[in-house]
Design a protein around this ligand. Structure first.
Ligand SMILES: Cc1ncc(COP(=O)(O)O)c(C=O)c1O
Length: 359
């Protein structure tokens, strides 16, 4: 066998592999998976029917242009089809956005801590990540982000609500920030958890993008719509950006099952948003209970809560595991807990109560 191995790009060295939330183990004590911000509700029967029907034809390639879904989205959001692009989950679209805007020597900025895929997809493209720390209250520091813009900044993510803290940026501060960003820098409003927002001061990115050609909105069917396993997300952006997304797409990336399920979900939106309403109710209950136990919980507008546990992070996650819930620890920083089934949330709250007493 040859001693040499294929030359790989130097940029790939040291890139962390994306760490998915741990699954709930089938035979151990862990019964509830609160580690991946998934929707705990099973697929709706009507959505399941559309997927089963599409499955009859999976010997064929899907509709590459996602025509049906694009038309449905255009109507739902009141945007032209030419302003839409779909992808393999919104993380797939986020990666395409970086491919379209940034390479070696360019900078991609985002808050930190934020969605853990941002540094990975930035470094894969060879661009330089610029991480701007959250404020002490775990909120985006938009002034510091605007101050950090350089000639090399090509793309800025604003994750609203932020993963993993659940915190939001509100209309006035976001508009002030957008006014400061040069027109040739793309701002990506990552709204993966948009449907869980109840704070009326948080702007809808779709309104902000309309008269701002450098703003792009990312949405997903993975969270509120419960299609995480089918991998479909989309962007709304002005034409040059949306066109660039179509160029950078993996051909046939979004399966027909995903396209048809997304269409069926949009048509069943009332029922799905009803489920979101119940999860929001659970979110309030969980956050209120934690505060009553003495925890500091940042105001969350997403389907998860954040506990800053510092050095105790891994101990806390282990205690949750033992009790039958799996959560998402970020070693040395904190734990993100998805709002899931009521029983799972209750187990978590019990662990939190016991742990609090020990602190
Ligand atoms: C902020 C944020 N953006 C994007 C995504 C990607 O979701 P998906 O690729 O399933 O659409 C996630 C998933 O956890 C997320 O938290």
């Amino acid at each position: 066998m040859s001693e040499t191995s294929p030359k790989l790009r130097a940029e790939l060295e040291g890139i962390p592999t994306y760490k998915p939330g741990k699954p709930a183990s089938a035979d151990g004590p862990v019964a509830y998976k609160l580690s991946s911000n998934e929707n705990p509700y099973p697929p709706l029967p009507g959505v399941m029917e559309s997927v089963t029907a599409a499955a009859l034809n999976f010997n064929r390639y899907p509709d590459m242009a996602c025509t049906g879904l694009m038309n449905e989205l255009a109507e739902r959001f009141g945007v032209p089809v030419s302003h839409l692009a779909t992808g393999t989950g919104s993380v797939g679209v986020a990666q395409q956005l970086i491919q379209a805007t940034a390479g070696p020597g360019d900078e991609v900025m985002y808050a930190w801590r934020s969605f853990e895929a941002y540094p990975i997809i930035t470094r894969i493209s060879g661009a330089t990540p610029v991480q701007v720390p959250l404020t002490p209250g775990d909120v985006h520091d938009l002034d510091a982000m605007a101050d950090a813009i350089t000639d090399r900044t090509r793309l800025i993510f604003v994750c609203n609500p932020n993963n993993p803290t659940g915190t939001v940026v509100r209309r006035a501060e976001l508009e002030r920030f957008l006014d400061r960003v040069p027109g040739d820098v793309l701002v990506v409003l990552d709204e993966a958890y948009r449907e869980f927002i109840r704070d009326m001061d948080v702007p809808d990115g779709v309104q902000l993008y309309r008269d701002r050609p450098n703003v792009c909105v990312l949405r997903t069917f993975s969270k509120a719509y419960g299609l995480a396993g089918l991998r479909v997300g989309f962007a709304i952006a002005h034409e040059p950006v949306a066109a660039a997304l179509r160029k950078t797409a993996v051909p046939f990336g979004v399966s027909q099952l995903a396209q048809d399920a997304a269409i069926a979900s949009l048509r069943a939106e009332d029922e799905l948003l009803g489920r979101v309403g119940s999860l929001v109710g659970e979110r309030t209950r969980v956050a209120d209970t934690l505060r009553a136990q003495g925890w500091t919980v940042p105001e969350t507008q997403a389907n998860f809560v954040w506990l800053r546990l510092g050095e105790r992070t891994l101990d806390f996650a282990a205690a949750c595991d033992q009790a039958g819930v799996v959560v998402r620890p970020f070693a040395g920083e904190g734990v993100r807990i998805t709002i899931g089934e009521t029983e799972g949330n209750d187990i978590f709250l019990k662990v939190a109560e016991g742990f609090r007493k020990e602190l």
